[in-house]
Write a new protein. Structure first.
Length: 197
């Protein structure tokens, strides 16, 4: 299992990136949001990955942040949602927006993604509500709170002058080390240490 790749971004396409790690180029499928976040070609990049093994192929899918990977796993666990549909959803919705859509049972928001019709969108929000919990007015689920902390940490690093790719990679690495329930202060402190290396 490959958990992440750290190397030089060699190329990007409509739905993939090529990361050079020690002279080996890894073709990694990715959402539009991930491709926009990983930085310019020729620069260092980190992608958190999911390996998809089928009878006739092995593919890697990459994400700018671990919470995107978590949502990809949840989405592909829904019947009728393959990797392409999951990436299409993550191309139009941030994880926090997806959490809100599921909590509010807002199938129209999920149906904005290419390849997601009303019936599939309804199945996604219905099945995932049991897995991630609903957002009750005036409160936030632990999943949404954790995602919010990561996003706030990325925002804090951006405000300090870090590039989006650096901020995402540092916060992602910090979140992977501290766990999904890490608070904002701890995430920012560890992300700053990781970014300084």
């Amino acid at each position: 299992m490959i958990a992440h790749l750290r190397g030089r971004l060699e190329a990007t396409g409509i739905d993939h990136a090529v990361i050079d790690v020690g002279g080996v180029g890894y073709l990694v499928g990715a959402s539009a949001k991930t491709l926009a976040a990983i930085g310019p070609i020729g620069e260092a990049a980190t992608l958190f990955t999911e390996m998809l093994v089928a009878e006739d192929s092995i593919r890697l899918v990459g994400f700018a942040r671990p919470d995107e990977r978590d949502w990809f796993r949840l989405l592909t666990g829904v019947q009728g949602v393959g990797s392409r549909v999951a990436l299409a959803i993550l191309s139009v919705l941030e994880p926090i927006e997806l959490a809100k859509a599921v909590g509010a049972q807002d199938k129209a928001m999920v149906a904005r993604a290419n390849g997601v019709g009303p019936k599939l969108a309804e199945r996604i929000v219905r099945e995932l509500k049991d897995k991630v919990g609903g957002v009750i007015p005036g409160s936030v689920t632990p999943v949404a709170a954790a995602m919010g902390a990561a996003q706030d940490a990325v925002s804090a690093l951006l405000n300090l002058g870090f590039r989006p790719a650096e901020a995402n990679a540092a916060v992602g690495a910090a979140e992977e080390e501290l766990g999904p329930s890490a608070g904002l202060d701890a995430l920012v402190r560890l992300a700053l240490r990781k970014a300084a290396k």
